[in-house]
Design a binder for this molecule. Structure first.
Ligand SMILES: *Cc1c(COP(=O)(O)O)cnc(C)c1O
Length: 406
């Protein structure tokens, strides 16, 4: 089945409540049982059921199952935000003295989070993950996890996804892929050997900037039996479920960043049209970058769908489309003045919305890290990032044209 057919009816898996087409929004925080022994069995994981909303909720469970279907995974845990998914997962799998290798090209808050990990006794190496050799040269005896993004925001560097997968397999490292920028519609991390994938559901999957959420999905490529940070208590049954159980208990339950049922509902409804929105947004981004690459006011243009992009071939081989994000630097035009000239495109920090958005990244989302770290990530002070939405392409081109040619 195609991507949309596969997910569209998933709300009705596991029983249709009142014939409801959408999974209902269950707002109850707690669940009661006629037989107190059954409550105990649910608590001890001997029986599936709901007990307390911080760990599990029927509306959230339906969304988790839908994301597992999208990613081709066996289980998903949802969180209140994408950052909660990354932070809680890594916290629950790493211990003091462990070593994490991460791509240097990171979402700003993930970069900030990794600085905190370093302050708490987890060694972190940031490497140029467009080259597998850079990752390989950092492997140590205590290395546990390799973390990469697919297409890095804002400069669109693409990690050496296939080769890093092979490397992780060879060294039995957990391969953790942030699939937010590509989504499971453009790219399946499972196919390159990823152990776990994370998605910020706030972005393309929810797609309408009306709910925050995040998720982590077990992709069944890693043998958790050989991972020595799993607590004995979570080693029940087949080892493929150990890590996700520990993430649920140590990450979600103990940190408590649970996704609310209303947000889960918004995200689930939004996700029904993920494929349609991505088709349109990616095609818009392609048309726009073709127009912009010929424009004299554009100094540099970064988009993996352009032949001069260093990872053009890799993007073509791996991704259904090269995404809907690009960034640019301008000739003789101030980035703020340019953004102010745009009429249709809003100045805003989000990405993956139905609406096209632009942002001067060095002055906003990447300001806290300082200029030196920005330059390591290839972020010039004048860089503007665009997240292209689903407006008609001609209108977007006209808007850029008038803003560039005043
Ligand atoms: C937005 C984003 C996150 C964080 O997601 P939130 O839902 O905003 O917490 C993580 N990774 C990437 C690549 C993102 O774009």
């Amino acid at each position: 089945m195609g991507f949309t057919s596969r997910i569209l009816h998933s709300d009705r898996h596991g029983g249709i409540e009142h014939g409801s087409i959408h999974k209902p929004v269950h707002t109850s925080v707690t669940y009661a049982y006629e037989d107190a022994r059954q409550l105990a069995a649910v608590f001890q994981g001997k029986e599936f059921g709901y007990s307390y909303g911080r760990q599990v909720n029927p509306t959230v469970t339906a969304l988790q199952d839908k994301i597992s279907l999208m990613e081709g995974g066996s289980a998903t845990i949802a969180f209140a935000t994408g950052m909660a998914a990354i932070g809680s997962t890594l916290f629950s799998l790493l211990r003091g003295g462990d070593h994490l290798i991460s791509s240097s090209y990171l979402f700003g808050n993930t970069n900030s989070l990794f600085n905190s990990f370093a302050a708490h006794g987890i060694e972190v190496s940031l490497v140029d993950a467009t080259s597998v050799d850079a990752v390989a040269s950092e492997i140590r005896d205590n290395t546990k996890i390799v973390f990469v993004e697919t297409i890095a925001n804002p400069r669109t560097q693409i990690s050496d996804l296939i080769q890093i997968g092979d490397l992780c397999k060879e060294h039995q490292l957990v391969y953790f892929v942030d699939n937010t920028m590509t989504t499971p519609y453009l790219f399946q991390p499972k196919e390159v050997g990823a152990s776990l994938s994370i998605n910020s559901l706030t972005k393309y999957i929810g797609g309408h900037a009306n709910a925050l959420g995040g998720s982590v999905t077990e992709l069944n490529n890693y043998e958790w039996g050989g991972f020595n940070n799993i607590y004995d208590i979570y080693k029940g049954g087949d080892s493929s479920g150990w890590a996700i159980t520990q993430i649920k208990k140590k990450g979600l339950r103990d940190f408590g960043a649970a996704l609310g049922p209303e947000a889960a509902h918004h995200i689930s409804v939004g996700s029904d049209t993920l494929a349609l929105r991505m088709d349109r947004a990616c095609s818009n981004a392609k048309r726009l970058t073709e127009f912009l690459s010929a424009h004299p006011r554009i100094k540099r243009l970064y988009y993996p769908g352009l032949e001069n992009h260093p990872e053009y071939e890799l993007a073509k081989a791996l991704f259904r489309y090269p995404g809907a994000i690009f960034s640019l630097e301008l000739n003789n035009l101030d980035c703020f003045d340019f953004l102010n000239k745009l009429r249709l495109i809003a100045s805003s920090s989000n990405l993956g919305d139905t609406r096209s958005l632009g942002i001067p990244v060095a002055h906003t989302i990447y300001s806290e890290m300082g200029r030196e770290r920005r330059l390591e990530m290839g972020i010039d002070d004048s860089l503007v990032r665009f997240s292209i939405g689903i407006e008609e392409a001609d209108d977007l081109i006209e808007d850029f044209e008038q803003a560039l040619n005043f």
